[in-house]
Design a protein around this ligand. Structure first.
Ligand code: AHR
Length: 319
């Protein structure tokens, strides 16, 4: 009887042990901390994994340098992590290191920014926003706004300046493409100046200062993120103009700072791009560990906010 009970206990223990999830080590290569958005994204991923004791997250900050990301991925491979979470600073240049991860049998899950098309077979999936759609939403919002305010008769030129994100990055490429798709419906809209502000407030401000010095005929600013728009708002004010009135401003992200600017009447609209990717990333990695097949693309669901909805939404914003 005693022997029977002992073997029953051992069998029970073995069943429980085999059902418990294996401990996984996850490497996360982040691009840096250029914006409020990025900080919220990093914290979201760190919190999600750090709160689950069956995971250890190794975090690496590339400080906006591609070579640091390549080094980080190589060190994850050397440490034989179970999965790599990866945000690509720019689209190109990661083929060889992703090939190395694939050869080592380590799946790569992209978060937020993808790599170029020809390298996408080397990663398992991508989760994040549809940046092309964000650009389209910005253009559509602008068209509706100008029409509603009687500011665009379809013939007089609408001069738009553009603050682009980091050159070669997926959001900069796609947000431009999406916006330009909508521009085709408005032959009188023209991008008169376009330059990178690297997704940062300081560069957004500096580039806008240069635009304003060179050009007195700007009706609209399209910024690829809020951070650059917030910097540009400073430049517009310092030039003695009223942001949101003298120059209409639409940007992307919908961070808290953008909501505050909308409530002040200085920013006209922000297209939402959620950085809260941690819970989704955790779920995907858990599914992977459980042997499930991940979808090739995991989208985030996002909205559009302007001065009519900003005050009501501000108190519940999480980033
Ligand atoms: O990749 C997402 C973009 O990167 C966000 O729009 C921007 O704020 C960030 O720096």
């Amino acid at each position: 009887m005693r022997r029977f009970l002992l073997s029953l206990a051992i069998a029970l223990f073995a069943t429980i042990a085999s059902a418990a999830p294996k401990h996984w080590v996850v490497g996360f290569s982040q691009i840096g901390s250029e914006s409020e958005w990025r900080t919220a994204d990093t914290i979201s991923v760190q919190n999600a994994f750090n709160e689950d004791p069956t995971f250890t997250l190794i975090y690496s900050d590339a400080q906006q340098k591609q070579e640091n990301q390549i080094k980080a991925v190589r060190s994850f491979i050397a440490r034989k992590v179970n999965v790599i979470l990866f945000t690509a600073l720019v689209e190109t240049g990661y083929g060889p290191v992703l090939e190395e991860a694939k050869k080592a049998g380590i799946p790569v899950v992209m978060i937020d920014r993808d790599v170029q098309k020809s390298d996408r077979h080397l990663r398992l999936t991508i989760m994040g926003s549809d940046f092309v759609k964000e650009g389209e939403k910005a253009g559509t919002w602008l068209g509706d706004y100008l029409k509603a305010k009687g500011l665009d008769d379809g013939t007089k030129p609408i001069n738009i300046v553009e603050l682009q994100g980091t050159t070669g990055s997926a959001p900069a490429i796609d947000r431009k493409t999406g916006f330009e798709t909508i521009m085709k419906k408005h032959p009188n809209w023209k991008i008169t100046r376009s330059q990178t502000g690297n997704f940062t407030s300081s560069e957004g401000k500096a580039v806008m200062e240069a635009f304003l010095k060179a050009d007195k005929n700007i009706q609209v600013l399209y910024a690829h993120n809020d951070q650059m728009a917030l910097g540009a708002i400073q430049a517009i004010k310092e030039a003695g103009l009223q942001p949101g009135k003298d120059i209409i401003i639409v940007s992307v992200d919908a961070v808290k700072g953008a909501f505050e600017a909308m409530v002040r009447g200085e920013l006209n609209a922000s297209i939402e791009c959620s950085p809260l990717l941690g819970p989704q990333a955790l779920q995907a990695v858990k599914d992977l560990r459980a042997g499930k097949k991940l979808p090739a693309r995991i989208w985030t669901i996002e909205g559009v906010f302007d001065q009519t909805s900003a005050a009501q939404a501000l108190p519940t914003r999480q980033y």
